[in-house]
Design a protein around this ligand. Structure first.
Ligand code: FAD
Length: 469
């Protein structure tokens, strides 16, 4: 009999793991999946284009139910199939409808939960998050019925939600606690450019604002037109400075928290998230976790690229295909709003021994900033022209010494590659390399370079790897 592998959470990380498993070892496990959304697997990233009307539901599906069947995977999908308990001693999981399933290996990929401000009025009708298909369906319904929306949070999700609702004809104000939108990705100058461009597209902003309460409206019935649940509908927001803002719809987009409740209840070691080792194993050697629910070397996750790397490492480990370890690299971010090109990666503020190279063309709306430390690129912001984003991302990942082509760095890959090509033949002796290329007017430096290790975080919170009998 094949070992039984059970997956809890049929989202982007869990489904990627399934793809990896069926690609590399299709017959190794007897696989059962529990997901509390009533679909196959869909591309959560594409919820923003779905809201904006640029994509249909069919277009954002990755693997429909047939895909699971054709790969011999048992899919239990729907709210009634949500796992409510992990019993580690009997090695079973239990779902809301009473289904019970035994495992030899258990994978937890329960994602994260939107953080909702703990303020009065948070449970009024018309106050919602932006996380799944049902949220988008409710937002579209609201946009057909109501006029005014407020989005709390000017991060990537908040801005994409705001532009989606604006595209659907609503008057939208974005409320943010900082004076820069996307302040975790952009500096002041790029943030101002973004704010200006979004304002031209019809968004309003209320910056440096702290929401203290959400108040009900006397006029609106609830979203479905009945008041069966006796809840009132949102009417306005109140702020710490005493000001108020009308709102028929409030979207909360102020961050996410790892969804670790199931694991915690099963007494699997958790801190901010479910703590895992470099091969995604929890402190229970039969149980693994990946995706936004985990904490790896002190860090948590909110973008897809690292989760896909985790899926590869975990699949490799489960299939016993040698040793692979997951380690975190800086992940680039983009905003999925038509007509806005921005890219941000790594440390875009600098400080300490870092140096900054800036290119700005105000008329063209272009701003580029590169941060360098110890002859390595450690961060970049590109606004208006993001073509070279992948190049800078690669430089960050590889921690390549940029000294030989530093003065051409801002002008992109093509020129840098040309310069590098002239260095290549004599790479073994740095002093000669620089002398040989003196005609390129590159500064001559002969100091020995210390190889830079990829930055790692505190190891102490990660379990060591355990062997399962
Ligand atoms: C609107 C939006 C836009 C985004 N845009 C981008 C982007 O442009 N780029 C990017 O890199 N990232 C983006 N992200 C983030 C990205 O979608 C997430 O990083 C990714 O989906 C996380 O994958 P996950 O599998 O960990 O969690 P999820 O995809 O959330 O999957 C977790 C699944 O587990 C299910 N689940 C939870 N508890 C249980 C239970 N007890 N039983 C059964 N099932 C359970 C959940 O319902 C869910 O289906 C975006 C996210 C959103 C919401």
């Amino acid at each position: 009999m094949k070992p039984r592998l059970v997956l809890i959470g049929n989202g982007m990380a869990g489904a990627k793991l399934l793809e990896e498993l069926v690609a590399t070892a299709p017959d190794l496990f007897d696989i059962t999946v529990f997901g509390n959304e009533p679909y196959g697997n869909y591309n959560r990233i594409m919820l923003s284009p779905l809201l904006a009307g640029d994509k249909s539901l069919d277009e954002i599906m990755i693997n429909d139910r047939d895909w699971y069947q054709s790969h011999g995977i048992t899919l239990n999908a729907g709210p009634e199939k949500a796992i409510t308990q992990i019993n580690r001693s009997s090695r079973q999981v239990h779902s809301a409808d009473g289904t019970c399933c035994r495992y030899d290996r258990l994978i937890i990929a329960t994602g994260s939960k939107p953080f909702m401000l703990p303020i009065p009025g948070i449970d009024l009708n018309g106050v919602m998050s932006f996380r799944d298909i049902s949220d988008v369906e409710n937002m579209i319904k609201a946009s057909e019925r109501y006029k005014t929306a407020v989005v709390i949070g000017a991060g990537l999700l908040g801005l994409e939600a705001a532009m989606g609702l604006r595209t659907r004809g609503m008057d939208v104000t974005v409320v943010h606690s900082n004076d820069i939108p996307l302040n975790r990705q952009l500096d002041q100058e790029a943030g101002e450019l973004l704010k200006q461009q979004l304002s031209e597209k019809g968004l309003r902003f209320k910056m440096n604002a702290r929401t203290t309460a959400i108040l009900p409206s006397e006029q609106h019935a609830d979203l479905n037109g009945d008041l069966q649940d006796k809840k009132q509908h949102v009417g306005k927001l109140q702020f710490s400075d005493g000001s108020e803002l009308q709102a028929d719809l409030v979207i909360m987009a102020i961050g996410i928290r790892p969804n670790k409740q199931l694991a915690e209840e099963a007494r699997i070691h958790c801190e901010k998230g479910i703590v895992v080792s470099d091969n995604l194993q929890t402190y229970d050697p039969r149980i693994y976790a990946l995706g936004e629910c985990i904490q790896h070397r002190g860090g948590t996750f909110g973008l897809v690229a690292p989760l896909y790397d985790q899926a590869k490492v975990l699949s490799n480990h489960l299939c016993e295909h040698g040793v692979a370890r997951y380690y975190s690299l800086p992940t680039a971010t983009k905003l999925k709003v038509t007509g806005i090109n921005l890219f941000s990666v790594g440390n875009f503020i600098g400080g300490g021994n870092s140096e900054t190279i800036i290119y700005r063309d105000k008329q063209a709306g272009i701003y580029k900033k590169l941060i360098i430390e110890d002859d390595r690129l450690i961060g970049a912001i590109l606004y208006g022209d993001t073509q070279e984003g992948p190049f800078y991302n690669e430089l960050l990942d590889s921690t390549e010494d940029i000294e030989p082509f530093r003065q051409y760095l801002m002008f992109g890959r093509a020129l840098c590659d040309e310069i590098k090509a002239t260095y290549e033949p004599k790479r073994s002796n740095k002093t000669n390399i620089y002398k040989a290329n003196a005609n390129l007017k590159t500064n001559v430096k002969t100091k020995a370079k210390r190889p830079v290790e990829p930055k790692t975080r505190n190891l102490q919170d990660s379990p060591s790897t355990h062997k399962v009998a």
